[in-house]
Design a protein. Structure first.
Ligand code: XMP
Length: 508
């Protein structure tokens, strides 16, 4: 595997993803991680990430000595390169100008790591400091207009430094450079595949759980589904899945979860129909945050009640992903995080579970690959994200059974038409919102007075920012006609053209 030592760059996590895309296992660890943390990891190389500091400042973060004593190949990126230069006897100083944005690198004909690249190629720069004097043993192999040493290396020791960022898409050949380091220099094999992951993970779960019993909360989303199937492969009937049906799911969704898990996968599934309980809690509530709190609390209460019925359960399986682990800052210590939505972390103190988190080292796209390899249905593997509070936050104002039913019908039409148009996978999320506004319309010879439905469809790489999807007008027209004609109580459809920010994806 490859270890990335994190000096705080916003791109650190991307480096780990890129290495994994080369089918080589990679972990992102704090820069000052003790060597013992790497025991048993079969580390073949180290990457020092970028970061916001300047190496010549007092107290600037540096690589621990064990990095230089290990004999392993090291790649320094941006600040990581400056750390390397500084610690190995070179000189780093503030550059005359900050170099930020695109640049063209010109390489010497035999530059290590740049095998297979053209003489000039585009890169992304983001740094203020630059290397003035190379450390002993190093040579410069490529430059830009502003950086005489865009690439430095001492190939005899396996030390390489890049002033630019190979991990971002703005460095189009960056992946080739990383491949040259990971596969070429480090000789790390591309054995990190879904098949191997499944095999190793199933073994690890068996070792952890032994003959104990495991509980797993299912939401219908891909993370909890993949986690549950992995645990099921490991312990079979010792897994009990609890699916809390809050009555706030989309049309057909609860049935789909039950069929997939019980019939197709033969997994022990407790289907709790708690719609009444949730709706009672939501009566007369219009404030979005109050809705969230009520739903969250009710979920914990229902889940607890069902979990207590599972005798001898000592383990709780959660679909925690790697970004959650890293964001919570627990990746150095091996501590556990609990996802805030579907907040099982709110279980009472006397219900102590040991967590089983088979996905805690995976990114979302990797979870999907594993889901496919496990044979989960496409609809589940590629399902759009769906909020824990479900349709309650897409039903503006008070949530009632009647309004939920209207929303479900409209939403189903939106989804069917988008699937039919082959656009489902191009979108981050798409759905209908039932506004709290009634408007006047005309149908045949009659005046109507009904709800306005909003259609929301967004594209995004993650949910931090999003843009409204430029859906074809023909598709929007079909969606609008069908909703007004087929959904009783709705006489108007609008399309939401607000990006995030300033809008959010959901309306509440
Ligand atoms: P917003 O609306 O904030 O949503 O742009 C960003 C992403 O988060 C989802 N979302 C939620 N997920 N519980 C969840 O589990 C929530 O309360 C919640 N609110 C929003 C939303 O669907 C989008 O993917």
């Amino acid at each position: 595997s490859i270890v990335v030592l994190d000096f705080g760059s916003q791109f650190s996590m991307l480096i780990a993803r890129r290495v994994r895309e080369l089918n080589t296992y990679c972990e992102l660890l704090p820069y000052d991680v003790p060597r013992e943390r790497l025991a048993g990891m079969d580390v073949r190389g180290i990457i020092l990430s970028g970061g916001p500091n300047s190496v010549y400042e007092e107290g600037a973060p540096l690589a621990p000595d064990w990095v230089w004593e290990s004999g392993l190949p090291v790649l320094g990126i941006c600040y990581g390169m400056q750390v390397m230069a500084h610690q190995l006897g070179g000189q780093v100083a503030p550059g005359a100008e900050r170099e930020y944005g695109p640049a063209v690198v010109h390489r010497d004909h035999a530059a290590p790591l740049l095998d297979g690249l053209p003489a000039d190629f585009e890169v992304w720069m983001s740094h203020g400091d630059r290397i003035e004097v190379l450390p002993p043993g190093f040579a410069g192999y490529a430059s830009t207009a502003n950086s005489p040493f865009a690439v430095m290396a001492d190939p005899s020791r396996g030390y390489y430094g890049l002033q630019f960022h190979p991990e971002v898409v703005h460095t189009p050949r960056g992946k080739d450079i990383l491949r040259n380091f990971v596969h070429g220099v480090c000789g790390a094999q591309g054995t990190w595949t879904p098949g191997n992951f499944i095999e190793e993970t199933v073994e690890a779960i068996r070792a952890q759980v032994g003959s104990g019993r495991v509980i797993c909360g299912l939401s219908g989303g891909v993370d909890s589904a993949v986690a549950a199937v992995l645990v099921h492969r490991a312990v079979g009937d010792h897994l009990v899945c609890i699916f809390v049906d809050n009555g706030l799911l989309r049309a057909g969704e609860a049935e789909e979860v039950v069929t997939t898990f019980r019939k197709n996968l033969a997994i022990n599934l407790v289907h709790v129909d708690a719609a009444e309980e949730f709706l009672a809690q939501l009566a007369e509530v219009t404030n979005p945050e109050t809705k969230r709190v009520r739903i969250g609390n009710t979920f914990v209460r229902v889940f607890e009640r069902e979990a207590r019925k599972v005798e001898g359960a000592r383990f709780l399986c959660q679909g925690t992903l790697y970004p959650d682990v890293i964001e919570s800052g627990s990746h150095g210590k091996g501590a556990s995080t609990i996802k805030t939505h579907h907040n099982v972390g709110g279980l009472p103190a006397d219900m102590k579970f040991e967590l089983v988190e088979p996905l805690r080292y995976l990114f979302k796209d990797e979870v999907r690959r594993i889901g496919e390899a496990l044979g989960l249905p496409d609809e589940m593997v590629w399902r759009h994200p769906f909020p824990g509070p479900g349709l309650a936050i897409r039903c503006i104002g008070e949530v009632t059974r009647e309004k939920l039913e209207i929303l479900r019908r409209a939403d189903r039409i939106v989804m069917d038409e988008i699937r039919e148009a082959g656009l489902y996978r191009d979108l981050w999320q798409a759905f209908a919102v039932l506004t709290d506004t009634k408007t006047v319309g005309v149908m045949g010879d009659f005046r109507t007075y009904g709800y306005a439905v909003a259609v929301r469809a967004v594209v995004a790489d993650d949910a931090m920012t999003a843009d409204w999807a430029r859906l074809p007008h023909e598709l929007l027209s079909r969606i609008s006609n069908r909703i007004v004609n087929e959904v009783h109580g709705v006489n108007r459809v609008v399309y939401d053209i607000t990006p995030k920010p300033p809008g959010t994806i959901e309306w509440e």
